[in-house]
Design a protein around this ligand. Structure first.
Ligand code: KIV
Ligand code: ZN
Length: 432
């Protein structure tokens, strides 16, 4: 997006593993309004859904799963609001989830009546535990549910010819399913939908519960991509959850393994430990000089809107966007940052120790980068003072100032503000 001031050029010191790099952003699909919403203690109300929608559109999402309209009247009403109030920009496609059940599929299309374009996302569970204990079905029974669901989705779509439909199928609990069986189920769906390279379908492979290391998930994705029929007519999407804390890593490795598309949420809201955090993965790409195709330059707006919609606070050390991420308290870090900032020129690639990106790129400022407490040495206090007073301190002044600053920080056992440091400076050097 134009708003980005620059793409950082990273220092690539080791190019031995060229295949271990993602080179372009995947297709993103936000599921904040569906998976994120269904996990909240209090699901979003109308104005919260609208605020989340506006944020997602403004960030540049082109595919947004907006709910499960056949299962929830508020979701149904929200889809109707989007369509009837003409709130969907031309380049944005809405997606809705539905179980592979005839009545629910019919109701889903009622919700989508009049949409210019939409993705109908149908799913059923495929893992051994779901087959045995939840559905009491053998493998053939599960394939049958998928095939019949796919057929119903296709059949009802014909009743709404004015809409440009895309079909999506998820073998829920894919990562806990025997991969050969997942391919068998998906091939059955492909047989029904008959996709072409011009009119692709989406096969979405969830780690519904993350239960293995990211490399195992990536191996499953690679095997799937190698064995599924008509790979050139299929977009392989992945949908990871964060039960082991590795949802972003699993998503990144899945892209390296051949996937095309990622479903996730902002800052990782979602069932249990959450969905994969699209903001983190997008910033990982950004920090490697890759255009993430999402605008994260207004980080504080993202945080405040997500918090207002989910009633969940963002951890101050959340990757990339947390409040404390561009702050250094320790003296040696502050000293290094200060020296690097002084040496940084406008047109050079960003190259500052301890700061992997320029905080300005996400709307943060230098002022908040350096903060002073009892862990800080002379560098931090001098930097804040220099910024506040527009002066350059000789080294002997920095050293002398450090003593009262350290003493006050230890006495108060809290962070010092710039005003405290200015006062100490005046007291030490300007009183007779
Ligand atoms: O986590 C999951 O498996 C899901 C599916 C319904 C896609 O949310
Ligand atoms: Zn999910």
């Amino acid at each position: 997006p134009e708003k980005y001031p620059r793409f950082p050029v990273i220092r690539k010191t080791d190019r031995r593993w060229p295949n271990a790099e993602i080179r372009t952003a995947p297709l993103w699909c936000s599921v904040d309004l569906r998976d994120g919403n269904q996990a909240l203690i209090e699901p979003m109300n109308v104005s919260q859904k609208q605020a989340m929608w506006h944020l997602l559109v403004n960030m540049g999402f082109k595919e947004i799963e907006v709910g499960f309209p056949a299962a929830s009247q508020p979701d149904f009403d929200f889809v109707r609001w989007l369509i009837e109030e003409n709130r969907i920009p031309d380049d944005v496609t809405i997606q809705v989830l539905v179980q592979a059940r005839n009545d629910l599929i019919e109701r889903t299309y009622e919700a989508l009546d009049g949409a210019r374009r939409a993705v109908v996302h149908v799913y059923n569970s495929t893992s051994p535990v779901q087959r045995k204990k939840v559905f009491n079905l053998d493998k053939a029974g599960i394939v049958d549910i998928a095939r019949q669901g796919a057929a119903k989705v296709q059949q009802v779509a014909r009743d709404y010819p004015a809409t440009d439909w895309t079909f999506q199928y998820s073998p829920e609990s894919f990562s806990s399913t025997e991969v050969e069986f997942a391919v068998e189920v998906c091939n059955a769906v492909i047989e029904v939908w008959q996709p072409t390279p011009e009119k692709k379908i989406i096969l979405n492979l969830p780690a519904t519960v993350e239960s293995a290391m990211p490399n195992v998930f990536a191996d499953q994705i690679e095997w799937f991509c190698d064995h599924v029929n008509q790979r050139d007519s299929v977009l392989v999407s992945i949908h990871t959850h964060n039960d082991r804390g590795c949802a972003v890593a699993a998503a990144e490795m899945a892209i390296l393994a051949g996937a095309d598309r990622i479903e996730g949420t902002l800052l990782g809201n979602g069932e249990r430990t959450g969905n994969m955090d699209i903001v983190t993965m997008a910033m990982n790409l950004y920090s490697q000089g890759i255009d993430p195709q999402l605008d994260i330059s207004m980080a504080d707006d993202i945080i405040s809107t997500v918090e207002a919609c989910t009633n969940i606070k963002t951890h101050p050390r959340h990757p990339w966007l947390g409040e404390l991420v561009y702050t250094a308290f320790s003296g040696s870090h502050q000293d290094a940052i200060r020296k690097c900032l002084a040496a940084q020129t406008e047109n050079e690639p960003w190259d500052i120790a301890y700061l992997p990106i320029n905080p300005e790129d996400i709307g943060r400022s230098y002022q908040s980068v350096i903060r002073v407490n009892s862990q800080s040495g002379k560098g931090g206090a001098s930097y804040l003072l220099e910024q506040a007073m527009g002066i350059t301190l000789p080294r002997w002044v920095q050293i002398e100032l450090a003593q009262p600053v350290q003493a006050l920080a230890e006495r108060s056992a809290s962070e010092l503000q710039t005003d405290d440091i200015v006062r100490l400076f005046r007291h030490t050097f300007m009183t007779s």
